[in-house]
Design a protein around this ligand. Structure first.
Ligand code: ZN
Length: 496
């Protein structure tokens, strides 16, 4: 056995095939469930997942033969082939078909994003219940631990073919929705590029396939994951991208399990192909490694999601990623040097406002709009869309300046909602609000409405929006035009 920085490598006797543990998808349920692991059952079922009880009940129902009553019924393992995948799974056919469809959909998204076709079929082992699988059916010796303890992993077989080294990914995943999709992103990067990028990028991009597995643009996180993002210690951009090996501890833990297992076998005089490390070897203390890795995954996802969805940074981010995958010396800080303050500002805003349903693309900051100060101003009319976050008014104000405005037009807060003026509804929803931007800081919002005047609480550029929950902007309709008085008009009105 040989260790290197990529993790564990198992040398199979008589061949030059090597297995490298390239990724550990320590996914939600394994990390968030505190129940102790039961040997030979899938790690920790989530409510959405197929529970072992259901599996047992379904299997028992299938198994009507009296002769088999004393035996635990096992679901058969079947093989499913699609254009890009060869999936072996113990899922029932309808669930397996749905899984293969989701994997193909994920692949379409990543091929389009990274612009390179996947090579060859990706082999996947998707496990609903480990009890259905013999050791022979799971080729990697750590498969039980990877599926039952960690959640999933992509193992890379590097094979020399003449002068070229071919990287063949193999996916091990629990059947919980999203896990195989996450792993398939690693497998695609491995097969198409032979690389997956730095840990934060690799896991953040793969978790996009987990959280947005139906191609949704809005944020939908499990409630406790959302709570970690909102209430946990906030990581800076620098901390996220310089985290190093975020699965390091976990990799070491599973490396160690395999080493111990092989040593035990030698002591017992067992030779030949190593049988799988049993799930009993996975102990509660390993859960902490999973939890630690999961925290880093979440912050990596947050940054990758923001940069993929925000057109201010998306092209640069894609180019950076391609640099990572094609082995150029791409550096995050270098790529975003020219816009680092803008990006930090939008990242902070994202963390401040993110909630279920939040749409990064609707809350993009417009950095290009020109703003006029009092001396330069003629009449300014700003257009404010109800379905967007803060939008630039074009008006630059001094602290204490008094400004009159009038808004015309109407908007609605959902598809069927009543048309509202910029005064909004009772309770303040739908009301026109403003905030002042200065030196990459945004003031607290202050209320405007359909008509009136306000005294600028500070100096800055005025941004406007329709007040609504940050997670429900997408279904808003309508635009309101806001006209701000010119200095002359204000002079006239104060002379009267
Ligand atoms: Zn992963």
């Amino acid at each position: 056995m040989k260790f290197n920085r990529k993790g564990i490598h198992v040398r199979r006797s008589g061949s030059n095939v090597r297995f490298g543990l390239c990724c550990l998808a320590a996914l939600a349920a394994a990390a968030e469930c505190s129940a102790p692991l039961q040997a030979q059952t899938a790690a920790c079922p989530t409510p959405a997942a197929h529970s072992p009880d259901e599996t047992a009940a379904a299997s028992a129902a299938d198994d009507a033969s009296p002769a088999n009553n004393s035996l635990a019924a096992k679901a058969p393992i079947a093989e499913y082939r699609s254009k890009h995948f060869l999936v072996r799974t113990d899922l029932a056919k309808d669930r397996a078909d749905a899984l293969v469809e989701r994997l193909e959909a994920t692949l379409r998204i990543v091929e389009k994003y990274w612009g390179r076709p996947s090579r060859g079929r990706i082999e996947c082992y998707v496990v609903d219940d480990l009890a259905n699988w013999s050791d022979d059916a799971l080729p990697h010796p750590l498969a039980r631990v990877l599926v039952g303890g960690v959640g999933g992993a992509t193992v890379v077989r590097s094979q020399r073919e003449g002068k070229r080294i071919k990287h063949k990914p193999e996916v091990y995943a629990s059947a919980r929705p999203g896990v195989a999709e996450h792993e398939s992103v690693h497998a695609y990067c491995t097969s198409a590029f032979g690389a997956t990028g730095p840990d934060w990028y690799r896991e953040g991009m793969a978790d996009r396939a987990y959280y947005h597995r139906h191609g949704e643009r809005d944020v939908q996180l499990p409630p406790d994951t959302m709570a970690s993002l909102k209430q946990g210690k906030r990581r800076t951009l620098h901390e996220i991208v310089n985290r190093g090996r975020i699965t390091g501890e976990l990799s070491q833990s599973v490396d160690k399990l395999l080493a111990e297992h092989e040593a035990d076998r030698q002591i017992q005089g067992l030779s030949g192909e190593a049988k799988n490390v049993p799930l009993e070897a996975w102990r509660p203390e390993h859960e902490q490694d999973v939890k630690t890795a999961r925290e880093s995954y979440l912050w990596s996802w947050a940054l990758c999601h923001l940069l993929c969805e925000n057109p201010n940074y998306a092209p640069r981010f894609r180019a950076l990623g391609l640099g990572y995958l094609t082995g150029q010396s791409a550096k995050f800080e270098q790529a975003f040097d020219a816009v680092s303050r803008e990006m930090s500002f939008e990242y902070d805003l994202f963390l401040q406002h993110v909630e279920q349903g939040y749409r990064v693309d609707l809350c993009v900051w417009d950095w290009n709009k020109s703003f006029l100060s009092a001396a330069e101003r003629t009449a300014i009319v700003a257009s404010v869309s109800a379905a967007r976050g803060y939008q630039p008014s074009g008006l630059k104000v001094r602290a204490g300046e008094r400004i009159a405005y009038a808004a015309s037009g109407a908007w609605t807060l959902d598809a069927e909602g009543d048309a509202l003026s910029a005064d909004g509804a009772a309770g303040g929803r739908g009301r026109l609000v403003g905030a002042l931007f200065d030196e990459f800081k945004l003031s607290e919002p202050f209320e405007l409405g359909a008509r009136g005047a306000f005294t600028a609480p500070a100096a800055g550029k005025l941004y406007l929006r329709c007040r609504d929950d940050w997670g429900s902007l997408a279904d808003n309709r309508g635009v309101v035009s806001v006209r701000f008085s010119t200095p002359e008009e204000r002079q006239e009105s104060s002379d009267r």
